[in-house]
Structure formats: C-alpha cells, structure tokens
Design a protein. Structure first.
Length: 367
C-alpha cells in the first residue's frame, strides 16, 4: 500500500495479490481514511479457484488501482462482470470455472470495445446437471466468436479453448438478440477482423480421444474471409426502392440513384491461425481452396489445424507452402502418407525456405 509507483507484483504463494489487496481494502470499512491510489497495471489471480469478490469490493479495487490494463484470473461466470470496472483494460485472460454465461456477456458488453487481446477458456465437465438453468456443450467456439464479433472490434488476438458448457440463458440471449442475427454478424465481423492477427480455437479431448468442440462452417468461413461488401441504404423507402436481391449471400436492397457499395477488409492481417477441434465434417481441401480465392492470407506465418482424422491432404499443404510469409506449417493428423510428408520436407530444403514443417513426434526444418 505504500509503494504507490509499483506497476507489477509477482507473488503466487498461499494467496494471490488480488486476494491480499481485497483483504487490505476491508480494513478501510467504516474508516474516515481516504483510499490509497496505486499504480498497479496487472490484476493477476492465476490460482486454480475463482476469485471470490463482491461487486462493491471490485469497485473499490478499481478506485485504488485505476490503471489496471491486464486482467488474468479464474472466475465463476456470475462474478465476471464485477471485473468490468477497470476502465483502461486492454488484455484479459480468463478461465471460467463453470460455463460461458450472461456474466461473460455483460463483461464484454462493458469492456469488449477496448480489449486488444482476449483469451477465454472453460474446462468444466460437459455435464450440465450442476449448472443452474442447465447448459449445452459443443457451443464454446460458436458463442465465443459471436460475442467477440459483436462487442470486441479492436482485437488483435483471440483465443477460445476448453470443453465446457454454455449456459441456456446465454444461448437464449444469442438466439433472440437482433444484433446477433446472421446479417448483423457479417457486418460486425467485417469490422472485428480488421485488426485480428492471431486466432486460436482449441478444444480438449473426450475419453475416446474425440475433440469435443466444433464451430459452424458458415461462421468460421465468414471469420476467415478477407473482404465484405455491403450496400448503403437510402432512407427514402419506398420511393427509391427498386428491389431486393441476393448478393454474395447477402440480402441487398437496391435503390434508384442513391445506392452504393461499401467494402470492408476482413482477416487480411491474420498471422497465426490455429484450429484444433471437431471440424472433420467440413474442414477439407475444398474449404481452404475456396477460402484462399477470397483471402490469400499473405501475412500468415503459422498455420496449424489439428484434430481427429483431419480431412486435409497434400493438396492443401502445397497451397499453404506458397504463402509468402509462412514460417510454420503443422500437419498433425492430416491425411498425409510418410512419403508425402518426406517429399514436403525435401521441397522446403531444396527451395531454401525458412519454414518449419511439423507433426506429432516428427519435425523437419529448413534453414
């Protein structure tokens, strides 16, 4: 409390720094002494249990530590919104103890607009009986992406991982919220992706070695595409209305004299794409052939797709080897024979590329 210029404290013994800070704050209850002001920039609770903090206590922490920029904690969903009082937050790493729920949604509604890096995970059992109101498995990627596309326009890094649940309350909110419809999501995605450099979707595995989480094909494709085109709409309806047509999958309204196309760059800055989940029903050579026609991924440095029986072959490997900035290609569980894998390594070496080719238990590198 006396080191008022201290910005970072690393202490992980019996208690975390936030727990000690909350304990000290309680000493000011009923006191006429003013609360101190600290320069701490990191709020770090990496312990394997959630930080038990009340809303009013969190407000006092934010008053004492107004410069907090980095949040790293384990939390229950209902407590997460308490940490939205940090006004300068730019980076958050959060492990949910129970589920993705309305607490996560409220946190992103209040602070998502200023986050640059967001890492969220949930490793709870996929049994929804312990969760009040119930929940659903296999939805972490879908709901996490939709929330971030809606509330986090400045992200440069997004990582979603785990095997846990999404509460029925949050699923209902996502399904019924007009701002999360397919059309609005496309519009929001165009803005959300303009700064994104790293996207990680990582699932845990079931007892039978099957990856638990998956992602809707259309949602993932829209996240990875590079350009979005929309029509500015005239307000003089129906005087100037000509008709409604499909344009690249969008419902477009055409107006006389006053319609124009507006384009937004999408994931053109993506440098790292890491996907590990149950994508085997659609993440194929054809998926990436179509994607690369729309988004050439010219800045991509790391490409990593894993899972069980990933339906990618030598065809996709060769396509990605042509990317100008690629430095690492991970092909674990792809449909590659030993000879094909060896040939890829030989091609890299003979071409003199600074590129690492790897899969589980095997690594080849060309300097």
């Amino acid at each position: 409390m006396h080191a008022k210029n201290l910005q970072v404290i690393k202490y992980h013994q019996s208690y975390s720094v936030p727990e000690i800070l909350c304990y000290e704050i309680r000493k000011f209850e009923g006191s006429t002494m003013p609360l101190p002001s600290l320069a701490l920039q990191t709020f770090d609770h990496p312990f394997p249990y959630g930080l038990n903090i009340e809303e009013q206590e969190a407000i006092k922490v934010a008053q004492i530590c107004p410069k907090i920029k980095i949040l790293n904690l384990v939390s229950l969903d209902k407590a997460l919104s308490s940490f939205s009082h940090f006004e300068y937050l730019t980076k958050a790493t959060i492990e949910m103890e129970d589920s993705f729920g309305l607490g996560l949604c409220k946190f992103l509604q209040l602070r998502g607009h200023q986050l640059k890096e967001f890492t969220i995970s949930c490793g709870t059992d996929a049994d929804s009986t312990f969760l009040e109101g119930g929940g659903r498995s296999f939805q972490l990627f879908n709901v996490g992406l939709k929330l971030c596309m809606t509330y986090c326009p400045q992200l440069t890094l997004l990582s979603i991982s785990g095997c846990g649940l999404v509460s029925n309350e949050l699923l209902t909110f996502v399904e019924e919220n007009p701002g999360l419809t397919a059309m609005r999501l496309r519009q929001r995605t165009a803005r959300f992706l303009q700064q994104l450099k790293t996207l990680v979707l990582l699932t845990y595995y079931d007892v039978d070695e099957t990856p638990i989480q998956t992602c809707e094909e259309e949602l993932l494709f829209n996240v990875l595409r590079s350009k979005y085109t929309f029509w500015h709409q005239c307000r003089k309806v129906p005087k100037c209305l000509i008709g409604i047509y499909d344009y690249e999958g969008f419902k477009c309204i055409f107006f006389r004299h006053c319609a124009k196309i507006c384009s937004f760059p999408g994931a053109s800055k993506l440098e790292c794409l890491s996907l590990e989940g149950n994508f085997s029903n659609y993440l194929s050579d054809g998926f990436f052939e179509k994607l690369l026609l729309i988004n050439p991924l010219n800045k991509l440095r790391i490409f990593d797709v894993q899972g069980t029986q990933v339906p990618l072959s030598i065809v996709t490997a060769k396509r990605f080897l042509r990317l100008p900035d690629l430095r690492e290609l991970r092909v674990s569980c792809w449909r590659l024979s030993e000879q094909e894998y060896k040939n890829l390594g030989d091609t890299i070496r003979m071409s003199g590329w600074d590129l690492r080719l790897s899969r589980r238990s095997t690594t080849q590198h060309a300097d």
